[in-house]
Design a protein around this ligand. Structure first.
Ligand code: KG4
Ligand code: ZN
Length: 367
C-alpha cells in the first residue's frame, strides 16, 4: 500500500546519550521536509567517567524526554493531533535509554490513537541520506558510528545485505579510545578531528589492517595498539605531539575505511550510470574521511553522499523519516504486536555474512 498523501511523523531517539525528537513530513511524492529537529546532548554528564555511563544516560532521558518532544512540536508549530504516526528507536542501544524513548512513543500513540512505528536505529542511519536529498535504491552504505562499522548493500526499503563488518572495535569507538589516550575528552571523534587540523599526518605510520585479505571487513584494534605505543614512547608529550598522533591516526582510519569500501564497491554490480555510496553514522561527520571517500568515488565515477554532520550523529529526524518511509510503503504495522515490543540491546540490520560468526569482541555502547 503506497501512500498518496503527506505523512507527518514524530521521531524519538534515546538509544545512547542524546535525547532527541523531530518532526518530519514525507510528501505524497516522497519529498522529505524536516520541520523540527531537537537534540539534547549530555556529554558533560559523562565527561568525568571517560565514556557514556548507561545509568546516567537513562536518567537524563527520563528527565528530558517530555520537554524535548515539546520543543520539537513548538519548533514545527504543531500539536500531537496534527501527526499521522509516532516513531521511536526500539534498538539497538543501551537498554535503559531505549526503554525511555520506546515507552514514551507507545504512550503518545495510545493516548492520541496514532499508529506506532518501532524503528531500528541502524535503519535510521541507513536511510538518513534519503531524508536530505533524492537518493534512489540501490546504494552502497558505509555505516560508521560509535557502535557499528558496516558495509551494506541497500537494495530497497527493508532489504539490507551485509558485505563487511568490524571484527573488533567500531570506527567511532577507535576515535573515542584514541581521544581518551591523548586526554582530549569525549566524545573523541570531533576532538580528534580538531587536533588533527594542526598535526602532521605523516609523522607516525600506523598499520593498514586487512588490506591484503579478501573481503571488506574492518579492524581497529591493531591501530589502537600502535597509537598507544607511539604515545607511550614520548616521555612528556607536547601539544604538537598530541596533534601529530591525532592526525596520523585519523589518516590511518580514513585510509582503512577507504580501502575496504573500495573492495565493496567492486563487489556491487550496480548498473546505474552513476552508482552511489552513502556514508552515515556519527563518524561520517568527519571531513578527512569524507574527502578520502569522495576521492575513491571520483576515481570510479560513483557519487558520494553524506548527510550534513547534524544528521550523521544521532537525531530524531532520521527515526521519524525511517518511520515515514515504512508507513508510506506499508501503512501501520500490527499495533498489538508493536505495542508489545520490548527494547532490544542488539538488533542486526542485515543478516550476518554467510558462514561467518560476526560481531565478536564488540564493546561499543551500541554493541
Ligand atoms: O551515530 P552516533 O551519533 O551514535 C551511535 O549510534 O554510536 O555516533 C557517535 C560516534 C562517536 O564515537 C563519535 O566520537 C563519532 O561518532 N564522531 C566522530 C565525529 N563526530 C562524531 N568521529 C570522527 N569525526 C567526527 N567529526
Ligand atoms: Zn547512531
Amino acid at each position: 500500500m503506497a501512500s498518496a498523501k503527506d505523512i507527518l511523523v514524530l521521531g524519538i531517539e534515546t538509544s545512547c546519550d542524546d535525547t532527541a525528537a523531530a518532526i518530519v513530513r514525507r510528501g505524497a511524492d516522497g519529498a522529505p521536509e524536516i520541520l523540527a529537529n531537537f537534540v539534547w546532548t549530555d556529554h558533560d554528564d559523562h565527561q568525568a567517567y571517560g565514556g557514556v555511563v548507561p545509568e546516567i544516560a537513562a536518567r537524563s532521558h527520563v528527565e528530558r524526554i517530555d520537554i524535548t518532544i515539546e520543543k520539537a512540536l513548538a519548533e514545527a508549530m504543531l500539536g500531537l493531533d496534527d501527526l499521522d504516526a509516532v516513531a521511536a528507536t526500539a534498538g539497538p542501544g543501551l537498554l535503559g535509554g531505549v526503554m525511555v524513548g520506546l515507552t514514551t512513543g507507545k504512550a503518545i500513540s495510545l493516548a492520541r490513537n496514532l499508529p506506532f512505528l518501532p524503528i531500528n536505529h541502524l535503519e535510521g542511519h541507513a536511510l538518513s541520506a534519503r531524508m536530505i536529498e533524492r537518493v534512489d535504491f540501490p546504494y552502497l552504505l558505509l555505516l560508521i558510528s560509535g557502535g557499528h562499522t558496516q558495509l551494506i548493500d541497500v537494495l530497497g526499503l527493508g532489504q539490507y545485505h551485509r558485505l563487511g563488518t568490524t571484527i573488533d572495535d567500531a570506527a567511532g569507538e577507535a576515535f573515542d579510545k584514541t581521544a581518551k589516550l591523548l586526554d582530549l575528552g569525549q566524545p573523541g571523534g570531533p576532538l580528534i578531528e580538531t587536533a588533527a587540523k594542526n598535526g602532521r599526518a605523516d609523522r607516525f605510520k600506523f598499520p593498514l589492517p586487512l588490506a591484503k585479505r579478501d573481503g571488506c571487513d574492518f579492524s581497529f584494534s591493531g591501530m589502537k595498539t600502535a597509537v598507544r605505543e607511539a604515545a607511550e614512547a614520548i616521555e612528556n608529550p607536547t601539544r604538537q605531539d598530541v596533534d601529530d598522533i591525532a592526525a596520523s591516526f585519523q589518516f590511518a582510519a580514513a585510509r582503512h575505511l577507504r580501502v575496504q569500501t573500495e573492495k565493496a564497491m567492486e563487489q556491487c554490480d550496480y548498473t546505474d550510470a552513476s552508482p552511489r555510496l552513502v556514508v552515515a553514522g556519527g563518524v561520517a561527520a568527519n571531513s578527512a574521511i569524507k574527502q578520502s571517500l569522495t576521492a575513491a568515488c571520483k576515481e570510479r565515477g560513483w557519487r558520494m553522499i553524506a548527510p550534513p554532520p547534524k544528521f550523521c550523529t544521532d537525531n530524531g529526524a532520521m527515526i521519524a523519516w525511517a518511520g515515514a518511509e515504512h508507513f508510506a510503503a506499508a501503512g501501520a504495522p500490527d499495533q498489538d504486536e508493536v505495542l508489545a515490543m520490548a527494547p532490544r540491546a542488539r538488533w542486526p540490520l542485515a543478516p550476518p555474512i554467510e558462514g561467518r560468526e560476526i560481531g565478536h569482541g564488540k564493546k561499543g555502547p551500541k554493541a
